[in-house]
Structure formats: C-alpha cells, structure tokens
Ligand binder design. Sequence first.
Ligand code: NDP
Length: 349
Amino acid sequence: MTASLIDGIAIAAKVRSEVAVGVGKLLKDSGITPGLATVLVGDNVASQTYVRAKQKACAEVGIESYGHVLSSDSTQNEIVSLVRDLNADHSVHGILVQLPLPDGINEEEVLSSISIEKDVDGFHPINIGKLGMKGRDPLFVPCTPDGCMRLLQESGAEFSGANAVVLGRSNIVGLPAAMLLLKRNATLTVCHSRTRNVAEVCRQADILIAAVGRPEMVKADWVKPGAFVIDVGINNKWISHTDDREFRCASSGDLFTAHHQDLSEKGGRKRMGYLDESSGDVYSRDHLPNGIEVEGLVKLFRKNKLVGDVDFDEVKEVAGHITPVPGGVGPMTIAQLLSNTLRSAQALS
Ligand code: NDP
C-alpha cells in the first residue's frame, strides 16, 4: 500500500472529545446543556437505527436528546407543527428531521420550517443557498460533506488552486461537498450520471470525493498518483465463496456458474448454492435432494461485505491519502452533528 490511510474513527473521536469539552464548558459558564431534538416519521428500520445512534452519541458527550416519533400516516401539517413547537422550545438547540420522509410528505416544506438557527443538519434552503454564494457563510453545513472536509484538512490537503472532482451531485452529499470545495478556492468539477469520460475527469483530481452509491466504481486508473481520495459510499457487496467455477447441480443436473463477483447490482441474482466438499457435488438452493442437510455444506454465495464507491484495494496503490470503508467518512457524520449542536447552543445562549 502506498497511500496513507485517513483514519475517520480517530478523527471523529477527536471531534467528539472537542465537543465533550465544549459542552462541559458551556454548562459551567452558562448553566446550559445543549439539546438536540430528533424527529422520526414512520417506521423505516434504517432511520430508526440512525436516530438511535445519534441519540447515543449525544449522551456520550453530554448533549441532551429529545426523541419525537410520528406515525407514517402523519400529515404535513402535523410534522410542520411539531417542528414549529421545537423552534420555540428553549431547551432545544438543534432540530434533526430524519430523512427520507414518507411518500406524500413535502420534504422541502418540512426542512424550510426548521429555524435556520437550529438547522444543525444544514439542509435549510437558506443555509444551502449561503453555502453556494460568494461572501456568505451558512450557519450550518451538512454533516457528511463537512466531515469530508475535516478529513481532508486533518490529513494535510491543500485546497486553494487544487483540482477537485466530486462524483455525485445529491442534495445531501455531492452538491454541498462541491460548494465547500469551491469556498476553499479549489478548481471544481462535478460529475454525475450524464458526465462523459468520468474516469478521465477523475484522473485530473488532486482531491477526489466519491459519492455515487456504486460499489467500487472508482478504479486505480481513475486516480492521479498521490491524490486525496475520500470515499463516501456505503454499499453492500455480495460475493461468492469460491473463484469463478462452473458446476453441474448434483440434484437437478443443471449447469450453473458460481461467479466471484458483485451480485448486488440491480437485477443481479443473489443465487445461493451449496458445495459438498467431500464429494465435490453442488446443489442449488432450490434443488436440495431428500436426505441432504444444509449443515455440513459450504455456501457458495452470499458473503456480505461493506464496500465504498472506490475500489480500495486497487486505489490504495495509487492515491496519496485514502479513506477506508468502513472507518472513513461514516464516523464523521455523527461527530459533525454533535459539533453543530454545540455551536448552536453556544450561539443561542
Ligand atoms: P444519490 O443516489 O442521491 O446520488 C448519487 C449521485 O451519483 C447522483 O448525483 C448521480 O447522478 C450520480 N451517479 C450515479 N451513477 C453514476 C455514474 N455511473 N457515474 C457518475 N455519476 C453517477 O446518493 P447519495 O449522495 O445520497 O449517496 C451516495 C453514497 O454515499 C451512497 O453509497 C450512500 O449510502 C453514501 N452515504 C454515506 C453517508 C455517510 O455518512 N458516510 C451519508 C450519506 C450517503 P445524477 O444526479 O445524474 O442521478
């Protein structure tokens, strides 16, 4: 490996301990405990997990969290009305509405109803607008892209005049990351699904931020030697337990191939097969003959691995600095949320 690893866990721990010190000082000096209100609408399991993780992180640094859960059939008015109550609540310094909201709810209207002074997620249109304007500073910046900038800064990246490429232009990551780089005087290119010659464009980058949601899309020959590579992607990759091999199914007689490949792409079939190592026979999941027990057989597929948008194993040999997945950008998102909540409490106190 030639690249230095950008350790998101260590840098996030540093941010969290800075926040913990700031929270202690605020309480001592002004008797104020920062408060974060979370608004969760519906029963999306991933959203519940994210909100729980944020509440736990708050508790660890001394921030009070106030959890509000609304049912999935809540109306637009009910959600906005809750946000307005939280805007007026002096114990709440930050308001986080967990996205996505259920179908039929106007996300823009809900985010716009958050007071910009409490918009610790940084998605209020005024904060986003100021992020894009020269000479204006938003009160808060979205946590994931802000975390990317902190990782770059901590690992010694020079922004001014650098060629920066952001892969992806989503409202929550790509676009604000691009605007942050521009604010730091980088020369910016944003790539998206219609960009031609993406690899060639990426190869010009001194700083490359990948936020596309495509497993291991960025390859070694997309990367300029010595570049800073930040991988925002979090993707599941399903791989086989074997090398590419063709088998004849012992029970059905069908030929089938076990590919050592990514099976997570849309339409990819996560076929499950079993290998009897003693006989070399292979059974497809759907044709297990009578008397053959799954126990004792080796699964051919379904090894689940978390990967980023960057092919880490290849790119680490070319880049100068690189974030791993997991352990890179992920831990920074919550750390920046805590930092924003503390800043909000300091400003509102
Ligand atoms: P979105 O799906 O909202 O956006 C993806 C972007 O990538 C779009 O702008 C899209 O272009 C572009 N894109 C898609 N395919 C290609 C392609 N083949 N070539 C070039 N551009 C392409 O994703 P998010 O921004 O929400 O998330 C991106 C990744 O980051 C995901 O893996 C997600 O899980 C992860 N993530 C991680 C977080 C963390 O805390 N670490 C937080 C948030 C997200 P177009 O606009 O033209 O459609």
